[in-house]
Design a protein around this ligand. Sequence first.
Ligand SMILES: NC(=O)c1ccc[n+]([C@@H]2O[C@H](COP(=O)([O-])OP(=O)(O)OC[C@H]3O[C@@H](n4cnc5c(N)ncnc54)[C@H](O)[C@@H]3O)[C@@H](O)[C@H]2O)c1
Length: 444
Amino acid sequence: MDLANKILKRKARVAIIGIGYVGLPLCVEIARAGYRTTGIDINSKKVNAVRRGRSFIDDVPTRDVAAVVDDGMLEATTDYRVCRNCDIIIICVPTPFTPTKDPDISYIKESGRSVARYLKPGQLIILRSTTYPETTEKILQPILEQNKLKAGKDFCLSFVPERIDPGNKKFTTRTTPIVVGGVTKSCTRLTELFFSQFVDKVFPVSSPRVAEMSKLLENIFRSVNIALVNELAKMCERMGNIDIWEVIEAASTKPFGFMPFYPGPGIGGHCILVDPYYLSWKAREYDFHSNFIELAAETNESMPYLVTDRLLEVLGTNGIPCSRARLLVLGAAFKKDVGDIRNSPAIKVMKIFMNKVRRIDYHDPYVAELEIGNKKLKSVPLTRAALRRADCVLILTDHTCFDYRMIFKESTLILDARHAIRRRGASKLYTLGYQRVKRLPTAG
Ligand SMILES: NC(=O)c1ccc[n+]([C@@H]2O[C@H](COP(=O)([O-])OP(=O)(O)OC[C@H]3O[C@@H](n4cnc5c(N)ncnc54)[C@H](O)[C@@H]3O)[C@@H](O)[C@H]2O)c1
């Protein structure tokens, strides 16, 4: 039976390499669609959790994992040999940057080499990790072809960018359209056929590099727009008496040609902060300097330092010496309603203040503990007493479940970097992007 028929008859077997934020939800979705699926990961804790039918990702309920595991539709292993028995192999490994912000595609290379060992004719290999254009064709394809099988002839190879938005309850795997680009037309068609079994809208493009670039465009679009609004927030602070949040609310009433983005303490996670660097790095290979990308990164990455300056100012204005201050940080995750702390600006701010203040505590219902430098911190309960004890409460991640009424009532002083507490003019409340003081123009 050829692979197209196997896909239609739900006989195709699927392996997903990397069962993290992207891979685990995909495992569950594909298993639910009726394909026997195996998650492969080098992390044995994750593998064991799946085997026991347990989830470790907030958006994926344990009951969903348990249901497909109990039905025998989902298995997990650390052993790549299962690839021999699989028809479709999807790679979802990390693509971080190095400390100097160059792309680190070592995980793609490593998993590619492992897949190559067991590659056989007729298989479909799909890369989902976000990466710079030409990774699929110039990096992964030669690795897969090392045993003489040819992509587009003996096996199929495609790039299918991932659009998952952790914490987003509105768009699911089924309702989020996806882009598909194969190294040949038949690779694209086969990949399209597979995904259209469990995704409502699949959009084919002419090559993997177009698909790779489209993913980067989506994330750079966000990064640039967030940077723009962060810059305007700084401008409003400088001018005084113009509240950026009110400005955005007003502009958002325009029903066309405007999309609101919001300022904050910085961007984090595995995507918006990291991906733009992948493209600016690649562009340099062509003597091309992507000023927009670099400028957006510079602005967004300055935001934790802006929060730092504002906090020092707030403490100073209220007569609290920094070295004696007790801070309570609300939210450690990089964005609301998730537990992902990768590149979190909240942690950056905490790190800056770690040895400068008397005490720093944090509360995050999604992050039980964290490590900053060599210090281990545990999330403290969000109680009236904890709020009253703090000289200043910093809202760095605006989780929906926070009781903002209580936070406002019980805190002595609040620096709200997310505009979570909407009480303009309250004397104990300071908001990023708004200064109550009218500043004097510096020139003219
Ligand atoms: N997290 C998101 O919201 C999101 C959204 C869109 C795209 N992406 C992209 O998806 C990719 C994966 O991101 P993620 O957030 O799921 O990362 P993650 O760290 O949560 O998961 C990746 C998994 O891959 C495993 N892994 C690493 N090397 C491996 C190997 N050689 N073999 C098998 N397993 C291996 C890790 O142990 C980990 O469990 C990245 O390229 C990311 O940019 C992520």
